[in-house]
Design a protein around this ligand. Structure first.
Ligand SMILES: Cc1cc2nc3c(=O)[nH]c(=O)nc-3n(C[C@H](O)[C@H](O)[C@H](O)COP(=O)(O)O)c2cc1C
Length: 381
């Protein structure tokens, strides 16, 4: 079983008027935690109240660290990046976040193709490809990451109090398989530090089963509805699930989501299973949640199941093993309105995002879709 450090118990926080959605992480795998999302819209109505990031030293260091980051945070091959070959995965990751926080990363200046635009929860996403939770756990690098061309960036998971997480090493590369095993166990600077950076808040705790989920969602919805919100209204509330759930669990979650009109589900977190070909790698014996390419089929099946169970009525974010535009497209055809990735971005770096957008637009056009919305669930309608 996965080791976990102290689990999130209860958080109360307020969301500001920037484009967040609140997330409850639930059910096994990476489990609990709290996330918030900032999205990139082609016509932002309100300038987000994110503190200005230092820009000094940008030109000189950009050349060096920009290349480092382009090599991918976890890349180990000497061909891709000799520097990272000598770093453990977590150190490489910290460097990547630090560089993105300072703007020492490539910036995508081209506007997104209009075919990639997507409206969800009354918000406009200029493209549907997001960075998933765990990369920028403490909201240090949101601007830099959005600037790389992501449609949205999820920060967190954030815990109520600062905590270290599990002992290191706790992130392991399965490079040949394009996968990672992690058992970070919610290392987080805590909600006060993160809220200071973002001016934002919301709440959650670890949960299991239909009743607990129902009670929790009701409480978070009620807390959210009591608060004062800007012109965009309250942030949507989403639940993130693991790919290791039984059909019964999925039915329970779908029922709660429909009854309580949950705004969305993120499908999925990492898996405790070791799908082929990851099982052949000796590193797969490490305890932890597996992400990356070997997770793709498992998570896409859960996405499809949930799309059918919720009858396409609830926006779903497809996550798990996406490493190119075609993968993103398959998630959309299986029922996703938006998609997220982590591991492929960590391996391949910022250049992956513009490439994926071009590939996704090509897939849509090839099959005669005029928008993302038209393609959602196309395989199961
Ligand atoms: C090192 C690492 C840390 C992660 N931390 C979190 C986290 O704090 N909260 C969360 O909801 N998901 C976390 N995830 C899971 C990712 O957000 C994502 O759901 C999962 O990795 C599957 O996507 P991928 O195959 O594209 O990586 C983490 C993943 C990795 C690899």
């Amino acid at each position: 079983m996965m080791q976990h450090a102290r689990q999130p118990s209860k958080i109360t926080l307020r969301l500001g008027d920037i484009g967040f959605f609140a997330k409850i992480g639930a059910f096994g795998g990476g489990g609990g935690g709290l996330g918030a999302v900032r999205y990139s819209s082609s016509v932002p109505k309100i300038r987000p109240k994110i503190p200005q990031l230092p820009k000094n030293g940008r030109i000189f260091t950009a050349a060096f660290l920009g290349i480092v980051i382009s090599g991918g945070a976890y890349a180990t091959t000497k061909l891709v990046n000799p520097f990272f070959a000598y770093l453990d995965a977590e150190t490489a990751h910290h460097l990547a976040v630090a560089a993105a926080a300072r703007g020492w990363v490539p910036r995508e200046k081209r506007p997104d193709p209009s075919i990639l635009g997507m409206d969800v929860w009354g918000r406009r996403f200029s493209n549907p490809i997001g960075l998933s939770a765990g990369f920028d756990k403490n909201a240090e690098a949101v601007e830099g990451l959005l600037g790389m061309g992501f449609g949205f960036v999820e920060i967190g998971s954030v815990t109520p109090a600062p905590q270290d997480g599990n002992p290191k090493p706790r992130i392991f590369r399965l490079r040949e398989e394009g996968a990672i095993i992690n058992r970070c166990g919610f290392n987080s600077e805590g909600i006060v530090a993160v809220a200071k950076r973002l001016g934002a808040q919301h709440g959650l705790r670890k949960l299991q089963g239909r009743k607990q989920l129902q009670d929790l969602v009701k409480k978070v919805q009620a807390a959210r509805d009591e608060m004062q919100w800007g012109e965009e209204g309250p942030p949507p509330l989403l639940v993130k699930i693991a790919p290791d759930l039984s059909k019964l669990d999925l039915e329970d979650i779908a029922a709660v989501a429909l009854t309580l009109r949950l705004d969305g589900l993120i499908i999925t977190n990492t898996t405790i299973a070791r799908p082929d070909p990851a099982s052949k790698n000796p590193v797969s014996e490490e305890t932890g949640g597996l992400s990356g390419k070997p997770l793709f089929n498992l998570s896409t099946n859960v996405l499809k199941d949930m799309y059918l169970l919720t009858r396409g009525k609830i926006p779903l974010i497809g996550c798990g093993g996406i490493s190119n535009g075609e993968d993103a497209y398959k998630k959309i055809r299986a029922g996703a309105s938006l998609v997220q990735l982590y591991t492929a971005f960590a391996y391949e770096g910022p250049a992956l995002i513009p490439k994926m957008k071009v590939e996704l637009a090509e897939c849509l056009e090839r099959d005669g879709f005029k928008s993302i919305a038209e393609a959602i669930g196309a395989d199961y309608r």
